[in-house]
Design a protein around this ligand. Structure first.
Ligand code: XMP
Length: 509
């Protein structure tokens, strides 16, 4: 295992993920982890992340020098490289010229990190401080015209540092550098695969849960389904899944979830479906503000869940299908709150449980899918599009009503059917129909109409943090538009959303 020591950088999980892409398991730990704990984990290597601070600031995150004496290889990145230099008595200063973005870097091919890299390579820089003099025993292995120590190393002590970020896509040969570090410097074998993660997780869940009872809120989406199946494989009927049908699901989805996870389905678990559609519509009546809607749906979901949990009685563990992007986008990490995803942070107050299990917390979406396939979950479920916890509630702009839900469900079903028929469904990251908050005048069969406008959205994305509008063929869009207008009562106009993320988000609210 490689430990990624987090000093507050934006890319800490990305570093771990890149290492996992080299088939080496990596975990992020905060810089406050004790040296004894590190010794106990006994990693093959340690990577110091970047961070927004200056090593000289009084309150900047640091680590004890002792870490360099453990004999474990260390790679410092950006702030992590400056920290290495600072702790080992090199010099760090404010750079006369800060570098930001794609930068040409000259590297020394004699360094093991750069042995497979072009002598001049494009790297991603983002710094205001820099190492002005490498510590004793180090040699400089890369530079730019304005950055004298873009990389340095002390191969005898197996200490390496780069001012640039090898983990980001814009560092064109960054993966080669990281894989040289994990294979050649740390001596990792690259035997880790998603199936090891799945097996290890099942094993550790089984050990942790023992004979305890576990409760899971199952939404039928990819994340909670993968979490539920993992738990079911680990502990079978000690697991109870509660599926709340809040009336904001896609067309027929409630029945589909029941078919897979219910008594007639494929898995060994207890399944409870709660039909509370009207209760949600009542709570949402008259509410238009997106965050308020989210909070209401999240709150009400938790209340329903608590009521069911009470019937079950005390449980030992609660499972959440939280995945890594939920954690950052909800502002639990360092980033600003964009949306309060209700599957993070919103915990039931009155459910009698002792601990939370979040088996997917470290994974990105595509990694969750890989885990799902390893678990033997059918492909149609694994590659199901992500669906937000608040469901159609955030796809209906403005007030939610049963009538509007019916319109979106029908329009969305037609859209999905036609996209699949055109054979482009697998190429799209996420696509769905939403309902705008406008009504407009139209004419149908010589009559004036004053009806709703449906908005179609389709994005290309791999991580759901950024996205581009997809180029759906006009032929498909015309077909969908004409079917929606003809078949869905109450709609007389259809739009296609071309906004990317940022500045837009994927959902409408
Ligand atoms: P946005 O709209 O934030 O969507 O660009 C990014 C991804 O997250 C999903 N999403 C949510 N998931 N609760 C969730 O569980 C939410 O409140 C929520 N809001 C958005 C969205 O479908 C997309 O995949």
């Amino acid at each position: 295992m490689i430990i990624v020591l987090d000093f507050g950088g934006q890319y800490n999980q990305l570093i771990a993920r890149r290492v996992r892409e080299c088939h080496v398991y990596a975990e992020v730990h905060p810089y406050t982890i004790s040296i004894d704990k590190i010794k106990e984990i006994n990693p093959k290597g340690i990577i110091f992340t970047g961070g927004p601070n200056s090593v000289y600031a009084g309150d900047s995150p640091r680590y004890s020098r002792e870490i360099f004496d453990l004999g474990i290889p260390i790679l410092g990145i950006c702030y992590g490289s400056q920290l290495m230099s600072y702790l080992l008595d090199g010099a760090v200063e404010t750079a006369p010229v800060s570098e930001y973005g794609k930068t040409e870097v000259d590297v020394d091919k004699n360094s093991v990190l750069f042995k497979d890299v072009s002598p001049r390579t494009i790297c991603w820089m983002s710094h205001t401080d820099y190492i002005s003099a490498a510590p004793e025993g180090f040699r400089v292995t890369a530079h730019t015209p304005v950055c004298p120590v873009a990389a340095m190393e002390n191969p005898e002590r197996r200490l390496y540092a780069t001012q640039f970020h090898p983990e980001v896509m814009h560092t064109q040969e960054g993966m080669k550098m990281l894989s040289s570090f994990v294979y050649d410097v740390c001596g990792c074998e690259g035997t880790w695969k998603m199936d090891s993660f799945v097996e290890d997780s099942i094993k550790s869940i089984r050990e942790r849960v023992g004979t305890g009872k576990v409760l899971c809120a199952l939404s039928g989406g990819v994340d909670s389904s993968v979490a539920a199946v993992m738990l079911s494989k680990a502990i079978g009927r000690q697991l109870t899944c509660v599926f709340v049908d809040h009336g904001l699901l896609r067309k027929n989805e409630g029945d589909e979830v029941e078919a897979v996870f219910g008594p007639e389905g494929d898995y060994d678990l207890n399944f409870i479906r709660v039909n509370v559609q009207d209760r949600f519509y009542e709570k949402l009546a008259g509410v238009t503000e997106p965050e308020k809607k989210r909070k209401i749906i999240g709150e009400e979901f938790i209340r329903v869940f608590e009521e069911e949990a009470k019937k079950i009685g005390s449980v030992d563990f609660l499972v959440q299908g939280t995945i890594y992007p939920d954690v950052i986008e909800s502002g639990l990490g360092k980033s600003a709150v964009i949306k309060s995803h209700h599957n993070v942070g919103g915990l039931p107050d009155y459910v009698d449980f002792k601990e939370i299990i979040e088996p997917l917390r470290l994974l990105f979406k595509d990694e969750v899918r890989k885990a799902g396939l390893e678990l033997g979950i059918p492909e149609y479920l694994v590659f199901r599009q992500p669906f937000p916890g608040p469901g159609l509630g955030v796809r209906i702009v403005g007030e939610v009503t049963a009538e509007k839900v019916r319109i979106v469900q029908d329009a969305d079903a037609i859209y999905r059917e036609e996209v699949a028929k055109a054979g482009i469904d697998k190429d799209l990251g996420q696509y769905f129909a939403g309902l705008t908050n406008m009504r407009s005048v139209g004419v149908m069969g010589d009559e004036r109409t004053y009806d709703h406008a449906v908005a179609l959205r389709a994005v290309m994305t791999s991580d759901f943090m950024t996205a581009e509008a997809a180029e759906i063929p006009y032929k498909v869009l015309f077909k969908v538009t004409s079917r929606i207008i003809n078949e869905v009562k109450g709609v007389n106009r259809v739009f296609y959303d071309l906004t990317s993320k940022p500045p837009g988000t994927i959902e409408f609210e």
